[in-house]
Design a protein around this ligand. Structure first.
Ligand SMILES: *Cc1c(COP(=O)(O)O)cnc(C)c1O
Length: 419
């Protein structure tokens, strides 16, 4: 049978009393964990089990009738994963969390649990393209319609709400344009119309912003990025009220997009240093963005921590820091935008950041969105997504900012190889 979730807060917690009193560093290290663990180990054990056994028939009946919090079968949950769910819930100051195998599995899980034929979803248009693709190509096959409005156009979002609207969805900050949503305003629109709101907070993490405190209903994460933080795992999570997450957890038990005990442990370990890493990602992002903004070969920089970013005021008011992602545009020899080859030459000349998709890990990553994500798109489509040929996306890791800056300086100053 589909087991109900084990009671969310266990009796023995890592932190006594009201955990909201603890700061993000203490919570990242201790929240969600039992103080005393099996084997008296300081770390959580990895229970490499697909199933969990009962002493006798009466124990099975006791479990079924009393809903005793314990495990039953691995698709419904495992102990390590529950630790991470509690840790994330406490970091976000939400009631409950549900972990998934990837960020996309979490996104699909939330929507499949909460929308039905005849419902409509309204998006800010800079949301992750796979999220929008799921709605556009797949949910529409089940009679769920879908609309996009320009990012940060709150009036357009409110005007798009009709009797069928069930969800308002945005990312914040968005990728790669780094638009920052005024989450209170966004949540207030949902409340006014009785529509659920969801923020994909992958880029800000609970260290920089806690959207639930602003009134948002669901916070979504690709834990593959900053939460895991080491470019060594895939995972996803959703955090919100226990009531809204119960159908999501039940659906996950059927879908099966769960984390293995080994993966959950890797994520728990990664999360311990979340606050430390985010401090460095925030500092590196800002230092690199400032350097790039002053460089003669850079046409413009998008980073919400810079006064030049259109969302700077919202970012300064609502975010603790702006993270490690920096988007910039290379200037050509004639002073206009560089062509794609000259842009590629800068990327090929860097020595520290590796070339690859993704973000949020300790290693810096660099890519040209035209090539990495939009190579098969028409120029018209790329223009509509706001992806010029000279755009570079740099995900700053936790290296020394001075080294990253020196490396970017030599790459920008190096002769163009195939411009
Ligand atoms: C990577 C990413 C996702 C998808 O997460 P996966 O873990 O790759 O499935 C969703 N939203 C944002 C903002 C992302 O960066």
């Amino acid at each position: 049978m589909l087991s109900r979730p084990a009671a969310e807060p266990p009796a023995d917690r890592g932190l006594a009393g009201d955990n909201t009193a603890f700061g993000p560093s203490t919570a990242a290290v201790h929240a969600g964990e039992a103080r005393q663990k099996p084997g008296c180990s300081i770390t959580d054990p990895i229970f490499a089990a697909s199933t969990y056994t009962f002493a006798d028939t009466q124990a099975v009946i006791d479990y079924l009738e009393q809903d005793e919090p314990r495990e039953e079968y691995g698709r419904y949950g495992n102990p390590g994963e529950r630790v991470v769910e509690r840790k994330l819930a406490e970091l976000e100051r939400g009631e409950a969390g549900v972990l998934f195998a990837t960020g996309m599995a979490a996104f699909v899980g939330v929507l499949m649990a909460h929308v039905s034929a005849g419902d409509e979803i309204v998006f800010f248009d800079e949301c992750y393209h796979r999220s929008r693709e799921f709605c556009r190509k797949h949910l529409t096959r089940f009679g769920v319609s879908y609309r996009e409005v320009p990012t940060c156009d709150y009036d357009a979002m409110e005007a798009a709400i009709g009797p069928k609207t069930k969800f308002l969805i945005s990312e914040s900050p968005t990728n790669p344009h780094l638009s920052v949503i005024d989450v209170e305003r966004f949540a207030a629109i949902g409340r006014r119309h009785g529509v659920a709101t969801m923020i994909d907070a992958t880029l800000c993490t609970p260290y920089n912003l806690r959207p639930l405190e602003a009134g948002v209903d669901f916070v979504l994460h690709s834990a593959t990025k900053y939460l895991g933080g080491h470019n060594d795992l895939l995972a996803g999570a959703v955090v919100g009220s226990a009531e809204l997450l119960e159908p999501v957890r039940n659906l996950r038990g059927i879908m099966g997009g769960i984390n293995s005990p080994h993966n959950a442990y890797l994520l728990e370990r990664g999360l311990k240093t979340l606050a430390l890493r985010m401090e460095r990602h925030n500092a590196n992002g800002l230092a690199v963005a400032r350097f790039l903004e002053g460089h003669p070969r850079v046409e413009r920089v998008l980073y919400p921590g810079l006064e030049s970013h259109p969302c700077h005021d919202v970012a300064a008011r609502t975010l603790r820091g702006c993270g490690g992602l920096v988007t910039f545009f290379i200037k050509g020899a004639d002073g206009g935008p560089a062509d794609w080859q000259a842009t590629a030459a800068v990327i090929d000349a860097v020595r520290i950041p590796r070339i690859g998709p993704s973000l949020g890990g300790v290693e810096s990553l660099i890519e040209q969105p035209l090539v990495m994500s939009y190579w098969t798109y028409s120029p018209e489509d790329r223009a509509s997504f706001g992806i010029p040929d000279n755009m570079v996306r740099l995900a700053c890791g936790i290296e020394d900012a001075s080294d990253l800056i020196a490396d970017l300086a030599q790459a920008l100053d190096s002769p163009r190889r195939h411009g």
